[in-house]
Write a protein that binds this ligand. Structure first.
Ligand SMILES: Cc1ncc(COP(=O)(O)O)c(C=O)c1O
Length: 394
């Protein structure tokens, strides 16, 4: 069988994730510390796990309604109103998905035609670009700048818009940089977008994890409500990565189309996870706050430590990532990550795994224990000192 003639050329051309090889390397090492994986080190809070367990005990092991249990959709609407003051109807504006990941995929599949452009901000979460391409769209990259703390500016946005622009995907608080957009930052972006027929996909999966004021959703602007599709989920704030549950909030017509793709591709999201998610949204605030407070403690320690080591790092105000520059070491992002892993057994991810704008940076997560972070900073310090020595000898 000649698969080369059979396979979809777009799928063939998609680059494998630049992160994979590091996970293979770390698996071979004892005593390694991973600052690599973007998932909470916390276990899902017990009361949420208990709700999942109870659902099994009660025999809730069947498919759910395709768009998710109504009780969960209603809980999502209540939560979003309470937290971000945005109103959605559980009847036709919410779709429960298999993580934010499915939501991102089906949004693009619902709106894109060949040749449509989607503005993607670099550095980006790894799935955005492939999902745009697999849906026949063309990513148009805006390379965000460290000197702007990796925020999007109105000037950058205006320059990227063409008559073919169908959508923009934004993600604040951001993976991989930890950047946020304040109300003032968003005001300028809204000015550019408010009169345009451009869909704004706002991936707000880290919305609960901010450390300097509350998250502001672009959907909360009346002039943007109609244009914005919000992606969110349970993986990060509630430490529920393995439960595979997320949701999308949008206007009824778009939900209707996404619903069809979801129905045929997925059928319905995991039932047990939906019961757990109802509990998470109704009663999870206290546990989320405990985790957020601990992330913040680690964030402040790590930010100070990296700058003291000489790896210049702006202060990330959200998510659970640091994105320090490693240019002072004279190494490329890849050389830094590989050298650090081999010599000091600490895993960080090269910044260019998140697009070219990440060149010269690495991503380090603080979703690991404080003790691990303290030890990792010692090892990174030693490694960077070794680089200085090597540079001096040149
Ligand atoms: C920015 C961003 N969006 C979406 C996701 C997908 O999360 P999930 O599918 O677990 O909800 C992730 C996971 O790392 C992420 O970082």
């Amino acid at each position: 069988m000649n698969y080369e003639g059979i396979l979809n050329p777009v799928a063939k051309d998609i680059k494998p994730s630049g992160i994979r090889k590091y996970f293979d390397l770390i698996n071979e090492l004892d005593d390694a510390i991973s600052l690599g994986i973007g998932e909470p080190d916390f276990v899902t809070p017990w009361h949420i796990r208990q709700a999942g367990i109870e659902s099994l005990e009660l025999g809730h092991t069947h498919y759910s309604p395709n768009s998710g249990f109504r009780e969960l959709r209603a809980e999502i609407c209540k939560y979003v109103k309470r937290k971000y003051n945005i109103s959605y109807s559980p009847d036709n504006q919410v779709l429960v998905t298999v993580g934010g990941s499915e939501a991102i995929d089906i949004i693009f599949r619902s709106i894109l035609c060949p040749g449509d452009e989607v503005i993607v901000l670099e550095p980006y979460f790894v799935s955005y670009r492939p999902c745009v391409e697999l849906s026949g769209g063309t990513p148009v990259i805006i390379a965000l700048k460290a000197e702007n703390d990796f925020k999007l500016t109105a000037e950058e946005l205006s320059a990227a818009i063409t008559p073919k622009t169908k959508a923009i995907i934004i993600n604040f608080p951001n993976n991989p940089t930890g950047a946020i957009m304040t109300k003032k930052d968003l005001d300028a972006i809204v000015e550019v977008l408010k009169d345009k027929d451009i869909v704004v996909i706002s991936d707000e999966i880290y919305a609960e994890l901010t450390y300097d004021g509350k998250h502001v959703s672009i959907a909360s602007y009346p002039e943007m409500y109609d244009k914005t599709v919000v992606v969110n989920g349970y993986s990060k704030a509630f430490a529920m990565t393995g439960w595979r549950l997320g949701y999308v909030l949008a206007q009824p017509r778009l939900i209707e189309i996404m619903f069809k793709i979801h129905q045929y591709a997925i059928m319905s999201s995991p039932t047990m996870a939906q019961f757990a998610a109802i509990e998470a949204m109704a009663n999870g605030d206290e546990e989320v706050e405990k985790m957020r407070t601990e992330y913040d403690r680690r964030r402040r320690y790590m930010h100070k430590a990296l700058n003291e080591i000489g790896l210049k790092c702006f202060e990330p105000k959200g998510a659970f990532y640091m994105f320090p520059s490693i240019q002072s070491t004279g190494l490329s992002s890849d050389e830094f990550a590989e050298g650090l892993l081999k010599k000091e057994k600490v895993l960080v991810i090269p910044g260019d795994a998140f697009g070219d704008a990440g060149t010269g940076f690495v991503r380090a997560t603080y979703a690991t224990s404080f003790e691990n972070i303290v030890e990792a900073m010692k090892r990174i310090k030693r490694f960077v000192k070794g680089c200085e020595g090597a540079n001096d000898r040149v």
